[in-house]
Design a protein around this ligand. Structure first.
Ligand SMILES: [Zn+2]
Length: 268
């Protein structure tokens, strides 16, 4: 299923016919009975619900919905966003990623950062615009990289201190202003595990709502150096063979796609 993003546009509740995506902190609202995404009829009567068109897929529209109250109707519940999107097809995952961005953007740019006046949504550009000084505020997007490093038949996997499990994954980090994606790959790898890499190649990308990320995936070959975890983000890292891998990220993330691609090539 392919998702097509639309320019953000406010709708009245009665016209917003489609899926209603609403999030709070790290949870998304779903129907209790089958954990499907709610639709307009599920939110009838919820005061202050503001749907914004996020995009569409196969003739169905997706709305990003800001709720004034965190209280949901009886038959809906909050579930963990990360767990939930892992079970979805890429199109629906993208729809949720966009809706999360729009909800945050709509909440965080109500006032102009330059002059302080209240902003308004301009449906043409999809920005929140300041009527006083003309400043435009678009949904925030933070580019990041993730890289799978191999040394012959081995893969480098690292444990991030912020992971709540013993899971190991690829090296990742946010791109700095003034930096190309490939430069970011070299810098992040050196900063986090102290090695040099070569043959950096683009693999694919993923929109990821934790937070506002567009993650560009790369593969690279080991070039030189000894693994030295930085101790700040990475507390352990090592070379693993395809048959003796540690706990991995769950399916549905680009990190897992990179690792599965490696497993497909080297597992015997
Ligand atoms: Zn302004």
């Amino acid at each position: 299923m392919k998702f097509n993003p639309s320019k953000a546009r406010p709708f009245s509740c009665s016209d917003a016919d489609g899926f209603w995506i609403t999030v709070q902190r790290r949870s998304v609202a779903v129907r209790k009975n089958d954990r499907s995404l709610p639709m307009r009829e599920d939110f009838c009567g919820v005061a202050g619900a503001e749907p914004l068109l996020a995009g569409y897929s196969e003739g169905t529209e997706f709305y990003a919905v800001s709720l004034v109250e965190e209280e949901l109707p009886e038959h809906l519940e909050w579930v963990d966003l990360r767990d939930y999107i892992q079970r979805l097809d890429p199109g629906r995952r993208s729809a949720i990623a966009r809706a999360v961005e729009l909800i945050h953007w709509n909440r965080e740019h109500r006032f102009c950062g330059a002059c302080g006046k209240q902003t308004e949504i301009d449906s043409k550009s999809g920005a929140r615009v300041c009527p006083a000084c003309g400043m435009e505020f678009y949904p925030r997007l933070s580019p990041a990289i993730i890289v799978r490093i191999t040394r012959g038949t081995e893969i480098l996997l690292a444990h991030n201190r912020n992971f709540t499990t013993r899971r190991y994954s690829c090296i990742a980090g946010f791109v700095e202003a003034g930096e190309a994606l490939e430069e970011c790959v070299h810098r992040e790898v050196f900063e986090e595990v102290g090695i040099l890499v070569k043959d950096v190649r683009y693999f694919g990308s993923q929109s990821w709502p934790f937070p506002y990320s567009l993650i560009a995936g790369f593969t690279a070959e080991y070039a030189a150096g000894e693994i030295r975890p930085d101790g700040e983000e990475i507390d352990d890292a090592g070379w693993f063979a395809a048959n003796t891998l540690p706990d991995l990220p769950p399916p549905g993330s680009i990190s897992r796609e990179l690792i599965d691609d490696y497993i497909g090539k080297f597992k015997v």
